[in-house]
Structures are given as structure tokens and as C-alpha cells.
Design a protein around this ligand. Structure first.
Ligand code: ZN
Length: 469
């Protein structure tokens, strides 16, 4: 057989196989995860978690002969990760929800009902999903974003004050609880919906059902004037948790503070025009494993939404013993965004900032749901998750009240989020896109090469025939 035809067929087979494999490894996959050494991670693998020297992967991503260990093989359900202070804390539930410890984190494999009991026993519950392949590739180049001080933006965000934030946070924490399984959370969702509506935003609920309860993300949209199909998201979760979650969960820091930042950004930006569309979103079901954002981000993938950047704010108004540090987390495709967010806070506020440029998305909050699906996303938080004296001491307790928070810091974070969204809503994200041949493109190319190959063989055969004649 002519080598060109052979190559075409190979290319064809490879394209078809890649398409099938991509489907099998989708985000709903319930297959067993295995732990392998980082040195054995193949370049096109889609790991579900990357640790210091190990990765969790599906069987398909393990090369023959590589040592691997199953993570909770016999358990049906989704995989979750959660930070625990000591494995002893999990003793009361280990029969119901078995776990696998990796450092200070527990990995679970359970159903939504099993997951519902977990927040009481640890921190940052996150439903895991496959990371994009890019995690093994160099960081994405910086898009043309101008991070210069703009007096117009400074002027605009000066409308956000500690008083305006305090008044909004008073409303948010006035609900007895915003636990996702409680009807009071539906009331809080309605409060946000009405507020977005009063600002003239195109407002909607994004409904989902989790473990038998109807929950709602609230979406307020400011439609862009010149590139409306390109979307910037600024978000935070509205729901919260405590040891008495059904009756008393004020959730001032976690996450009234992020919610207020989103609502203040909506109040200010809704009175302006922006090139790109900005979506203000409050998520529910975050404390159950980032469920609301998981559904929403997957929907964005399904409808092919063009999302330029996601700004997630979660726990942003507690001033610990260290002076006013804010932390910015980003993964390789989002390092440019992490840098832009940090510079924005430096430009417009006096708060000290720390950037964390990670090699995979920080788990534990809603930006994760977007980042694992390939959308650039930055996470703003006032402490390093779970560690140190800066970490909010009243996290997930009935004592997470406004009195422990600093409204100056709250206002500075809300200003930063608003300024960042305004800057991003000017960016032409399409301008630097590198053309990539899609799978359909590969198929068409393969067929074209096959056709040319056939023609070449036939004409060569004819020439040979002519010569013999
Ligand atoms: Zn939170």
C-alpha cells in the first residue's frame, strides 16, 4: 500500500479514536481513579488531581507497567476532596462514607446524600472533575490587557464605601440561614434576584436539583454593547454552612463577603456601558461540593459559551493578625488573570497582595468548576485556604457574623472586583486566538489527503501502464 494512504488511514483512525476517548472521559465519568507517581504522568493525560509528587488518573491514562493504586475502588458515586484537621475527625462517618487520605486531605467516593453529611467534618468540600490537558503545557501567553491606573475607574469604584457594603451585608446575614437545603436559602436567592432586577440587569435563575432539593444560582447580566457574545463572570457563592445549618448560619465571611462584592459590582457597573457582557452570579450548593457552579460551568461548555475570564470571590473581609493580605490563586491558563487581579488591587487600594501561580486549579471554591473546564479563572480570598493564623477562626460556625469582619477591607475587595470586571470587559479576547485544527478539521484533512493519495496512486499506475505500452 502507498505510504501516504497508509498514513491517511492512520490519521483517520487516530482522529476517530480521539473523539471516542474524549467522550468516555467526560466530566460525568464514574470510573475508578488511580494514584500514580508524577513522573509517570503522560503528556496528554487528564489527571483529576495533581499533588506534590503524585497524580490521580483514570485507567486509560496509565501507561503499561506503571505502578498504580486504586482510590476507593469498590465505592459507587462521585469523587470528592476535603481538608481535614485529623483523620480521627472522620471516625464517626467512616462506615457511611469511606475515605482515602492524601496528606491533610481526604478523598471520598459517594452519592449526593453521603456528600451532604461531609461539610460538618472538614473544610472546602469539592466534587472532583478531570483537569484539562493544558496543565502539562506552558502557561497561556498574556492577552492584551492594559493594567494601568485609570482615573475614570478610580472615580467609578469610589462609589463603593464601607457603609454601602455594611448595609448590604446586614441584609444578606439577616436570613436565619442560607444553607442550600433550607427554604431560607430560596428566600436569599429571591433577594438577590430582585436586587439584580432593580439594577436593570437581565436577571434569571439557573435551576438545578441536588439530592432531591431544588436550588438556584442567580444570574444578572449586563449585555455588552460591542462584543456581547464574549462574557466576563464575577461570582461568589450565596449559600453557607454551620454546625446548626438548618436553623442558624449567618455566613458573614463565608460567603456574605464575596456575595456583597458581587452585588456592589452589579450596582456600580449596571449604570455603565461595557464592550463585553458581564454576568454577576451568586451560586448555591457550593458547600455541598461546588454543585451550583459545576452545573453552570458544564452548561457553559454544552452551549459553547465564550467566557473570557471568571472572577470568584469567597471569604474576603476578615483581617487576620497579618496586615490585610489578599491572596490571588490562578492555574497556568489563568496566570495572566491572577497577575491582572493582583495589579488591579495594588493600583486602586492600599491592601497588601500575594499572588499564587499554581500548576493546577486551587480547589475549594467555585472558580474550580470553570478552571477544570478550560476557562481562565481567578480566586480571591483573604487567607491561604485552611492554614495559618489568617484563616477565619469562625469558619462554618454560627459565630461567622459581621462583627468579626472589616468593612474597609470589604469595600477594597468589592472595588477591586468591580475594577477588574470593568477592565476585562474592554478586552478583545478574540484578537490573540491561535487557530487550532478541530477534530472535524482533522477528519476533513484526512479525507482530502486520502483523496489526493488515491489520485496520485491512480495517475502513477496510468503512467506505469503507458510506459509498458
Ligand atoms: Zn466559601
Amino acid at each position: 500500500m502507498s505510504s501516504i494512504i497508509f498514513r491517511c488511514l492512520l490519521l483517520f483512525a487516530f482522529t476517530a479514536l480521539t473523539a471516542i476517548k474524549a467522550e468516555a472521559d467526560g466530566p460525568d465519568s464514574q470510573s475508578t481513579l488511580y494514584m500514580i507517581g508524577m513522573e509517570n504522568l503522560i503528556p496528554d493525560a487528564r489527571p483529576w488531581f495533581i499533588g506534590d509528587n503524585y497524580a490521580l488518573v483514570l485507567k486509560d491514562d496509565i501507561s503499561p507497567g506503571v505502578v498504580h493504586k486504586a482510590v476507593l475502588p469498590e465505592q459507587p458515586g462521585d469523587y470528592y476532596i476535603m481538608h481535614v484537621r485529623s483523620p480521627d475527625d472522620l471516625k464517626p462517618i467512616e462506615d457511611r462514607v469511606p475515605y482515602f487520605m492524601i496528606g491533610d486531605n481526604a478523598i471520598f467516593r459517594t452519592d449526593p446524600e453521603g456528600a451532604s453529611i461531609l461539610p460538618k467534618y472538614g473544610w472546602g468540600l469539592t466534587k472532583l472533575g478531570p483537569l484539562p490537558e493544558y496543565q502539562k503545557i506552558a502557561p497561556v501567553p498574556v492577552p492584551p490587557v492594559i493594567a494601568e491606573y485609570d482615573p475614570d475607574i478610580a472615580d467609578m469604584i469610589s462609589e463603593i464605601t464601607p457603609q454601602s457594603c455594611e448595609s448590604r451585608l446586614t441584609d444578606i446575614t439577616a436570613f436565619p440561614t442560607r444553607y442550600s437545603y433550607s427554604a431560607f436559602c430560596r428566600d436569599a436567592e429571591e433577594y438577590v434576584y430582585n436586587l439584580f432586577n432593580s439594577y436593570g440587569l437581565t436577571t434569571s435563575y439557573f435551576d438545578f436539583n441536588w439530592n432531591g432539593t431544588d436550588m438556584r444560582n442567580v444570574v444578572g447580566q449586563l449585555t455588552g454593547t460591542t462584543r456581547p457574545d464574549s462574557v466576563i463572570i464575577i461570582c461568589g457563592h450565596l449559600d453557607c454552612f454551620s454546625e446548626d445549618a438548618y436553623n442558624n448560619a449567618p455566613g458573614a465571611e463565608d460567603n456574605g463577603s464575596g456575595t456583597v462584592s458581587v452585588l456592589e459590582a452589579a450596582r456600580i457597573l449596571s449604570q455603565r456601558q461595557t464592550d463585553l457582557t458581564i454576568r454577576f452570579i451568586t451560586f448555591s450548593g457550593e458547600e455541598q461540593g461546588l454543585i451550583g457552579s459545576d452545573y453552570y460551568a458544564q452548561h457553559m461548555v454544552d452551549i459553547g459559551e465564550d467566557i473570557g475570564a471568571v472572577i470568584n470571590l469567597d471569604m474576603v473581609a476578615y483581617r487576620g493578625p497579618y496586615p490585610s493580605d489578599m491572596h490571588f490563586y490562578s492555574d497556568p491558563q489563568s496566570h495572566w488573570l491572577g497577575e491582572l487581579a493582583t495589579v488591579t488591587m495594588d493600583d486602586y487600594t492600599a491592601v497588601d497582595t500575594i499572588s499564587h501561580y499554581e500548576n493546577s486549579p486551587q480547589w475549594g471554591s467555585d472558580h474550580y468548576s470553570f478552571a477544570i473546564r478550560g476557562y481562565p479563572a481567578v480566586f480571591l480570598i483573604d487567607a491561604e485556604p485552611w492554614v495559618g493564623e489568617d484563616w477565619h477562626p469562625y469558619y462554618h460556625t454560627t459565630d461567622d457574623i459581621m462583627d468579626h469582619l472589616d468593612m474597609d477591607l470589604q469595600a477594597d475587595v468589592a472595588r477591586t472586583g468591580t475594577a477588574l470586571a470593568a477592565v476585562l470587559a474592554r478586552v478583545d479576547f478574540g484578537a490573540q486566538e491561535i487557530p487550532i485544527i478541530s477534530e472535524w478539521g482533522m477528519l476533513i484533512l484526512a479525507l482530502l489527503l486520502l483523496a489526493f493519495g488515491t489520485i496520485a496512486v491512480i495517475s502513477r499506475g496510468r503512467r506505469v501502464l503507458r510506459k509498458t505500452n
